[in-house]
Design a protein around this ligand. Sequence first.
Ligand code: FAD
Length: 458
Amino acid sequence: MKNFDVAIIGGGPGGYVAAIRAAKSGLSVALVEGRDLGGTCLNRGCIPSKTLLKHAEVINQIKEAKTYGITINDFSFSIEEMVNRKNQDIKQLRNGIKGLLRQNKITHFNGFGTVFSNKKVVIESEDSKEEIQAKNIILANGSKPFVPGIPGLEHIEYHTSDTIFDITEVPERLVIMGGGVIGLEIACVFNSLGTSVEIVEMADRVIPSEDPDASAFLTKQLVAKGISIYTGAKVTGFKKDSRTIVELEKQGEKVLLETDSVLISVGREPNLKGFNELGVAFDGRFVKVDQNMRTSLDGIYAIGDLIGGFQLAHAASEEGIHAVNHILGKPNKKDLSMPRCVYTFPEIASVGLTEEQARAKGYSVRTKKVDLAGNGKAIAAGENSGFMKIIADEKFGEILGVIMVGAHVTEMISQATSFIHLEGTVEEIESMIFPHPTVSEALFESAAAWMGKGIHYS
Ligand code: FAD
């Protein structure tokens, strides 16, 4: 039986990043992946959605070309070629991970791993079964779409994020159950492809976990693009007629939506396959860990979507590094500056605490929001709808949170993340020189305005 310092179950962004960090630190590493390297993120999540969002953006630009004095008389697109391009991107990135595993001498097992409390792992594939022994185990099994038991769902065909990116025909109509990040990104893709999209969200606003201003702004923009949004609405049933009927209840009223396709995107549940009899403690549906990613069992760690929390790829990777640090006896620094990105049109990017969280933590909070309507670069690009908002501690001006809404803000949030990571203040942003014209000047403007020193904003 082969022995390893650490065996990692799951080759998603949590597992493969932990594997590389452990191997680079001199540990012998086994990485066990039952499906495809890259996990949900590469194969069914981050990358497929962003590839198709790019296609949607190109279509939007073609449709808006007239605004820029460019006439495009006709255009067409092929969903098949789009899906093929998405698959090529995935293949390229997957090969990249394979190469990294090879370079770092990580033993990659292609099979499903079952973990035992003595840290033995049994790996099974279609044609083989083998056992390995490890000193430490990192569970990085990830998650899968949660599908609620709603009457009639069993009689209709529906998509989840696992299937929608491989669609072969663009639907005429799409009802999306769930107005969270995944649902909204997919809504933007299909809206641009010409599908009539309706979103049903149980909470009183879409992306309820994010800043209320950002949520309200995005809602307005999506509605202006023709997307219908039902908030405070609960899907109560599905029926199959000549078309699919989605029944919902909104403010005591029954509403029927007729559609030809449905996407269920109401959250994700952990993949428990391979360790459901291990006996680790749970916190609700997710595996319970401490700040070093230790489960209730000695030498067994858990990271990523399996432990709930942010359920983001970069969170999974960071947690993987935390687990490896602990195995190596290195301390882990507590960092609250987790950036969160929503790749809708317009994008939302945020980092640090929300206003509500900051107040709950006892901070005396002051915020400043500046809009992008007057930003030179944004106007030149024809992309000046959005805003930047700083949440700072009233007393010392420490930046607690930043929210950005607008085109390409997901590329700009790291600047704000640096300030929060280094416990920076509004004064420090204001004293920095921002190049002109850039959209990120709005960050400077919001810091300056927060201090009452705004040039273009008060
Ligand atoms: P996963 O990526 O789920 O990987 C777990 C892996 O473990 C899987 O490959 C699975 O096959 C394997 N596995 C499970 N059990 C076993 C077993 N017993 N033996 C062997 N292998 C096993 N996050 C972002 O940060 N940015 C985004 O833009 C973003 N967009 C998303 C869009 C969509 C549509 C979705 C669904 C998710 C998106 N996410 C995004 C979330 C992101 O994909 C996840 O947070 C991330 O993939 C979690 O990483 P992980 O390593 O914990 O698990």
